[in-house]
Design a protein around this ligand. Structure first.
Ligand code: ADP
Ligand code: ADP
Length: 229
């Protein structure tokens, strides 16, 4: 697995306001790190930069020691799976959303879809439809199922890096716990960054980075951060 590093990254969406102010941190290969911090600290912004939706104004972002500006955007995106808080799904079956049933799917893609579905416990539910409205047959997906589908879809390409941007924060506590347990298993053999708003959801992270005003304010283990409040 690759490491991920931000090296003195400066970024603003417009000129008169910087959002990331010299952000530096490193997630060693295969480790699971979490990012917390007040709303507006720049947590989602760092995920967008890593995925190259935007590029930094200065500083470098490194995957496996290589500046992501020096490789193709496609290869950066192939290495990273992002799961947002709220994913947009196709109005179709769970299977279709994960990648089954597309006419142009290759055998390898079908096998990867099966692995994604299996990891997220969806094998029995592939024919179930996702619909925005509850239909006559009442076949609306629950929020938890929807997020399982979104995560499974991300896992289809087997990304060595996983970025979870408050991936479970829209769910009720029990569903959240359920999905966190699965995510721990999924993150185990990857390098992961979990953006979270509550410390309780990231108690298993190897290390927690605290972001404030676009900088790394402090970092530590869950226990250390709880101690210093
Ligand atoms: P966090 O995820 O820590 O809550 P964000 O990275 O979403 O913070 O946002 C950091 C700051 O950047 C916020 O003040 C937000 O208003 C601003 N911001 C986010 N997205 C955009 C955008 N697309 N255009 C302009 N400003 C943005
Ligand atoms: P271990 O250290 O025992 O191997 P992990 O480090 O694999 O356990 O922990 C699992 C991962 O689950 C966390 O690092 C994190 O990536 C993910 N996770 C934790 N909290 C959240 C959250 N709020 N949202 C999304 N994913 C989370």
């Amino acid at each position: 697995q690759p490491s991920v590093a931000f090296d003195n990254v400066m970024f603003g969406y417009d000129k008169d306001r910087t959002i990331l102010n010299g952000l530096s941190f490193e997630v060693p290969a295969g480790r699971n790190y979490a990012v917390v911090g007040p709303s507006g600290a720049g947590k989602s912004t760092l995920a967008r930069l890593l995925f190259r939706f935007y590029d930094p104004q200065s500083g470098r972002i490194l995957i496996d020691g290589q500046d992501i500006k020096e490789v193709t955007q496609a290869s950066v995106r192939a290495a990273i799976g992002i799961v947002p808080q709220d994913s947009v799904l196709f109005n179709d079956t769970i299977g279709y959303n994960i990648g089954y049933g597309r006419e142009d799917a290759t055998q390898a893609e079908i096998e990867m879809a099966a692995r994604g579905a299996a990891l997220m416990g969806l094998i029995d539910r592939l024919p179930k439809r996702f619909d925005t409205e509850v239909g006559e047959r009442g076949l609306k997906l629950s929020g938890g199922e929807k997020q399982r589908v979104a995560i499974a879809r991300t896992l289809v390409k087997n990304p060595p890096i996983l970025v979870l941007d408050e991936a479970t924060s829209a769910l009720d506590t029990r569903t959240e716990q359920d999905i966190l347990t699965t995510l721990h298993r999924v993150a185990e053999h990857r390098t992961s960054i979990s953006i979270a708003h509550r410390l309780s959801t990231i108690s298993d992270a190897d290390r927690i980075l605290v972001l404030n005003e676009g900088r790394l304010e402090e970092s530590g283990t869950h226990g250390e951060l709880l101690r210093y409040g």
